[in-house]
Write a protein that binds this ligand. Sequence first.
Ligand code: SF4
Length: 280
Amino acid sequence: MRPEPSEPLVRETNCKTILNKSKLGDYSLNCYGGCTHGCVYCYARYMERFHPHEEPWGAFVDVKVNAVETLERQLRSAKPGSVFVSSACDGWQPIERERELTRNCCRLLVEHGFRPNCLTKNTLILRDLDVLAGHDARVAVTITTLDPAAATLWEPHASRIEERFHVLREAHAAGLETGIMFGPVLPFLSDDQASIDAFFERAAEVKVDAIWVDALNARPEVWPSVKILLERHHPDLVERYQRVLYWDRVRTAYRRGLRERVLRAAERYHLESRVSVISA
Ligand code: SF4
């Protein structure tokens, strides 16, 4: 059973821009600041530096209430391109159900010939397949582990793993390109050959078009929360994680090994041409 998220603190804000240049495509678009999925390894935790909150990560969300009007304005002069939705939050986190900001932004993007590259851990995106279908758009989900118990620990308020595969099947059936972000791969928990093979087997089953593999990175604010989880649930792994994250030689050897296992599995399931290994 997944823990119910407690009511988050919601703060309404106004943004000056919503379509921003990005290294992760031509643009990125985030209708929210913060994310109530509350993933332990979330790289977006660093955003708290710029928008400080007393609440812990996962317990607040800033809503950019003028997101749609801002996008409308920007689209009058922006050159069409791919738009990563979203890079610093999950655009389909629970509050999106009532606010519909990501949905309406996606609608505008496709109407103006932009290509939304959607990445989520929430089945709410199924609601918006009607907006995306028939356009140049991609629907991708993140999967860090196939183990439901581990997923509940690391991604406490995101949709279940099987629900995310359901999203891929539905998106594929709707004629959309699909993808899986396999990452961050959890050292010593989801990175052995058997786990990686099982992941690729499932990816092949849902006929996914693209797979990105990312190792765990020691991005700012990530290690403290990862360490707390490990101390509680895997105390034997604390030191091993530290070595993989911070000792250069260990990290290099670890990533080489991970890359080899990923490529072996990709070959086994004939997915070599669809895999990009980002940081492994
Ligand atoms: S879903 Fe993405 S943005 Fe949201 S907490 Fe998890 S990793 Fe962070």
